[in-house]
Write a protein that binds this ligand. Structure first.
Ligand SMILES: [Zn+2]
Length: 140
């Protein structure tokens, strides 16, 4: 069985997890944080850059800001999608008000924008508020 690379969303350590252990119990070897939590994790640009570059499991980033109404509307749908995609993808959010440079780096022109990364490349991008099923479809 091949190991999958997964960046810890808490400490940034790149973990190698055997495919058969890729489940809710998978933990970071450095800090012990769960690697595959069925919930949305708030991350910063440094963790995003590492995870986008290394992860074998899809990473779906919600670029959002607190002042954005559609972003708030989508938040509960994004949380439901994180549960629905548990073990298949990790859903994270990045606050573009706190981290304006990240918005520039990833060429975010409007929010909310979802960008999905896997194995060092972007494979999906969609702007506008989406429902849970649309988010799930985007990733699968
Ligand atoms: Zn860790």
């Amino acid at each position: 069985m091949s190991a999958k690379k997964l960046t810890c969303l808490d400490c940034g350590q790149v973990n190698r997890v055997p495919a058969e252990r890729l489940n809710a119990k998978a933990k970071c070897g450095t800090c012990g944080a769960g690697l595959l939590r069925a919930k949305v994790v708030d991350i910063d640009p440094a963790i995003l850059a590492k995870a986008a570059r290394n992860d074998d499991v899809p990473l779906v980033v919600d670029f959002w800001a607190p002042w954005c109404g559609p972003c708030k509307m989508m938040a509960p749908e994004f949380a439901k999608a994180a549960q629905a995609l548990s073990g298949q993808a990790r859903l994270v959010k990045l606050n573009t008000e706190d981290h304006a440079q990240a918005g520039v780096k990833y060429n975010i022109r409007g929010i909310p924008t979802l960008v999905a990364f896997q194995k060092g490349r972007e494979f999906k991008r969609q702007s506008g508020a989406l429902r849970e099923d649309q988010i799930v479809d985007l990733v699968r």
